[in-house]
Design a protein around this ligand. Structure first.
Ligand code: AMP
Length: 510
């Protein structure tokens, strides 16, 4: 078995690793650190949760321990697709370089240029950035990339999904040809192969096993919903989600709920809150300060349910998540692997429950082909009368802290890069998580998203226990009871009360 002490790391780095509590390197660390220390290029095919961040941070800080930074000329560069991942990489540097006197700057949106310029002016050993923000600084003439000796591209597959590949190519061209490149991707799409064969020189290629195939401590389940009408799918999935969370009871200490679209993240989070659950959304359209506050609440246990999009959740290191719920079946099978990998971390057991509608069959098949096993089917829990089940059941009020309301922002069209990291209410968002072609091509259920209108949030109601069951619940119960419901085209999913009153469906012979 390899030990960290076998890896030729700087003794001060070894000390920091020991203080972080890590005894032995993970497979990607054991294989990537030696060639990286020899200044070879590395191509790591590994995903979040494998310890890949330390596999490049540890050799980088060891190599950078000698030498000094010059003003505006960073000695190394790490590119990450999202602000959250960039911030986590920065935390890793702080941890592992704590006994070295290295300087770093984090260039992400939502932080003022002036502050970042000041850091760059002083000279930094390590620059950690999202691609758009980095190029913004470069174009303002505040930054020179000709001193970069080591360049890392992390989560390249996500960069591809987000349309960053042209930016990455440009950044490669701005750095010296002699640089060392450490390149990480969970998958090797043809475009990623092309980039690596263009910009990496004879890399050490290291592939580590997919977590999902190895993680026996994650119990997977698939629960089907079979709506009578397609336009009821989302509402029935929300009712199923509530029933599943309640059925897990106290075993569900906290959970991440994944949706495929940002709009759905908002709707699901709001719906859960309306039903008394302690839930909040996280996606790229939210202000950085809101995202940070939400994540902090989730980490410290004040927030119980985090409703997330794939990109927002990417790379988040939240060690103890008991459950993952897939509100939507992901359209990219590898996203399933990433999502369920959020639970069952660090040897803990976890449960991943996926809600699937008949239209998801082909995506489920693709996932099962990837993970090389069927996802065990589970019976749906009974959908109780929600008024009797209590608002949010065991999960509602416990430890509740109202999370800030998250304003919905219109997604402004912008060039991928211009939007990349714009501070504040972000055009960034649209670009942080662009609709994937597949997702965009999927027709939205008509009554969930009436044509030409943004999906309407469910009506805000006061949070304290509501005396009456929600309107939607009454409709659901009516349907279950076989009472007729006349379709009202154009009203979306939110049938006004006046349309509900006094309608009687005449049966033949009435
Ligand atoms: P990453 O794949 O870089 O996102 O890392 C996933 C998690 O593994 C993080 O919580 C790291 O702190 C943790 N980790 C990194 N290296 C090790 C190690 N050698 N042993 C145990 N945990 C580690």
């Amino acid at each position: 078995m390899t030990l960290f002490s076998d890896l030729n790391l700087d003794p001060r780095v070894l000390q920091a690793v020991a203080e972080a509590g890590y005894a032995t390197p993970t497979p990607i660390q054991a294989q990537a650190i030696p060639p990286a220390l020899e200044r070879r290029d590395v191509l790591g095919i590994a995903q979040t949760g494998t310890g890949k961040t330390a596999s490049y941070v540890l050799p980088m800080v060891t190599l950078l321990a000698q030498g000094r930074a010059r003003a505006r000329m960073p000695r190394s560069l790490v590119l990450a697709p999202t602000r959250e991942l960039a911030a986590q990489v920065a935390e890793n540097f702080d941890t592992y370089a704590r006994h070295l006197s290295l300087t770093k700057a984090l260039l992400i949106g939502g932080v003022s240029f002036a502050e970042q310029d000041r850091l760059i002016d002083r000279g930094v050993d390590v620059l950690i950035a999202t691609p758009g923000r980095l190029l913004d600084h470069f174009e303002r003439g505040k930054l020179l990339l000709t001193g970069v000796q080591i360049m890392v591209v992390d989560e390249a597959d996500r960069m591809l999904d987000m349309g960053f590949i042209p930016d990455i190519e440009r950044i490669f061209q701005l750095t010296p040809f002699t640089r060392q490149t450490l390149f990480f991707s969970a998958t090797m799409a043809p475009e990623i192969e092309r980039i690596t064969s263009t910009f990496l020189t004879n890399p050490a290629r290291i592939e580590v096993a997919r977590q999902a195939t190895a993680a026996e401590n994650i119990e997977q389940r698939l629960v089907g919903v079979k709506p009578e009408r397609r336009d009821r799918t989302a509402a029935e999935k929300r009712a199923m989600l509530r029933a599943l969370i309640r059925a897990e009871g106290a075993a569900c200490t906290n959970a991440i709920i994944f949706c495929n679209r940002k709009t759905e993240v908002d709707v699901v989070a709001k719906s859960l809150k309306n039903h008394g659950f302690n839930a909040a959304p996280i996606h790229g359209d939210l202000d950085q300060s809101v995202r940070t506050r939400t994540l902090d609440g989730f980490r410290d246990g004040a927030l119980h349910l985090l409703v997330a999009s794939d990109v927002a959740a990417r790379g988040l290191d939240i060690p103890a998540v008991s459950h993952v719920f897939n509100f939507d079946v992901p359209t990219h099978p590898e996203d399933y692997v990433h999502r369920i990998g959020r639970t069952g971390r660090a040897g803990r057991s976890g449960r991943a429950i996926t809600i699937a509608a008949p239209a998801d069959d082909k995506h489920v098949a693709a996932i099962e082909a990837l993970i090389k096993m069927p996802i065990p089917r589970a019976a749906a829990p009974a959908l109780p009368d929600e008024a009797e089940a209590g608002q949010g059941g065991a999960h509602g009020r416990r430890g509740r802290r109202d999370m800030p309301e998250t304003p919905r922002r219109p997604a402004r069209a912008a060039s991928p890069r211009a939007a990349a990291d714009a501070p504040g209410p972000s055009p960034a968002a649209a670009q942080q998580e662009p609709a994937r072609p597949e997702a965009a091509a999927t027709p939205l259920p008509r009554r969930e998203h009436p044509a030409g209108r943004a999906p309407r949030p469910e009506p805000a109601r006061p949070e304290p226990a509501r005396p009456e069951p929600a309107r939607r619940d009454r409709r659901e119960r009516d349907r279950e009871a076989g009472r007729g419901e006349l379709p009202a085209p154009g009203w979306g999913d939110h049938m006004p009360d006046f349309l509900m009153r006094g309608f009687v469906t005449r049966q033949a012979g009435d």
